[in-house]
Design a protein around this ligand. Structure first.
Ligand code: DX5
Length: 222
C-alpha cells in the first residue's frame, strides 16, 4: 500500500563552503531527510562527498541521512557512510557484482539498504533481491548532475514496482530521484512513488528553501 509521501533534499547543489549551514537550513525548511549524492568521477563524471564530509555535517541536523552511492565500488565504501551517520545506503544495481551479498553487508553495518536503477535499467535486474531491500530508487534522470529534466517514461517502471510491492506485500518504499519539481511530483506520486528527492527545486528556489518545500507539498496534494 502506497505510504505517505516524504520530501528529501539532495545537497548536490548546495554551497559547499557553507555545507553545515545549508543542511541546517534544509532541516528548518521542513524536509523529511537529507540525501548525499556520492560520486566518484568514474561511474559518473563529477566527484563529490567523502564519508568524512558527511560525518562533519551529521551534527547539523537530526534528520535521517541517506547516501546515494554513484560509485563503481560501493562494497568498499558502504560501511564508511554508515559510520558517518547515514541511516540508508543506496547502491546502484549497475555497479554491484554481488548485489545480494552487498545488501546484507549494508544491514550488518547497521544501515538500511536501498538499490537505485538508472532510467535504462529494467526492474527485472532486482528480481532476486526484493526481500533484501528497504528502498528502491528509480532514477528519473541519468545520474551525475542536478537540474536535469525529468524523464516521464520512468513512470511505467514506477507503476510496475508499485504493483510488485503491493501484490507481494513487500515493505519497500519507492523513491524517485531527478527532475522533481512542482510540475512533475504529482505524476510521479500518481505512478506510485513515496519518497521524492529534490535538489535544484529547493536549493535554487527564488523565495527560499521553506517556500520551495511548501510548494512541493502543495503540488502533492493538488
Ligand atoms: C543525479 C542526482 C540528482 C539530484 C537531484 O545524479 O541524484 O538527481 O539528486 O537533482 P535535481 O532535483 O536538481 O534534479
Amino acid at each position: 500500500m502506497q505510504q505517505a509521501p516524504r520530501i528529501i533534499a539532495s545537497v548536490l547543489g548546495a554551497d559547499y563552503m557553507r555545507l553545515g549551514e545549508e543542511v541546517a537550513d534544509l532541516t528548518a525548511a521542513g524536509v523529511d531527510g537529507i540525501q548525499w549524492d556520492v560520486m566518484d568521477g568514474s561511474f559518473v563524471p563529477p566527484i563529490t562527498f567523502g564519508a568524512d564530509v558527511v560525518a562533519s555535517a551529521r551534527s547539523h541536523s537530526d534528520l535521517p541521512f541517506e547516501a546515494h552511492l554513484m560509485i563503481e565500488h560501493p562494497a568498499t565504501a558502504a560501511a564508511d557512510y554508515a559510520s558517518a551517520g547515514c541511516e540508508l545506503i543506496i547502491v546502484h544495481a549497475e555497479t554491484a557484482t554481488h548485489l545480494h551479498r552487498l545488501l546484507g553487508t549494508i544491514r550488518e553495518a547497521g544501515a538500511r539498504p536501498g538499490v537505485a536503477l538508472n532510467p535504462a535499467t529494467p526492474l527485472s535486474d532486482i528480481d532476486g533481491v526484493w526481500e533484501e531491500l528497504d528502498l528502491l530508487v528509480l532514477m528519473t534522470v541519468n545520474p551525475g548532475y542536478g537540474g536535469q529534466a525529468y524523464i516521464p517514461a520512468v513512470e511505467r517502471k514506477i507503476s510496475e514496482a508499485r504493483r510488485v510491492i503491493d501484490d507481494r506485500g513487500l515493505d519497500v518504499r519507492i523513491e524517485v530521484d531527478g527532475g522533481i519539481k512542482p510540475h512533475t511530483i504529482g505524476s510521479a506520486r500518481a505512478a506510485g512513488a513515496e519518497d521524492f528527492i529534490a535538489g535544484s527545486a529547493i536549493l535554487g528556489h527564488p523565495e527560499g528553501k521553506a517556500a520551495a518545500v511548501a510548494g512541493l507539498r502543495a503540488a502533492l496534494e493538488a
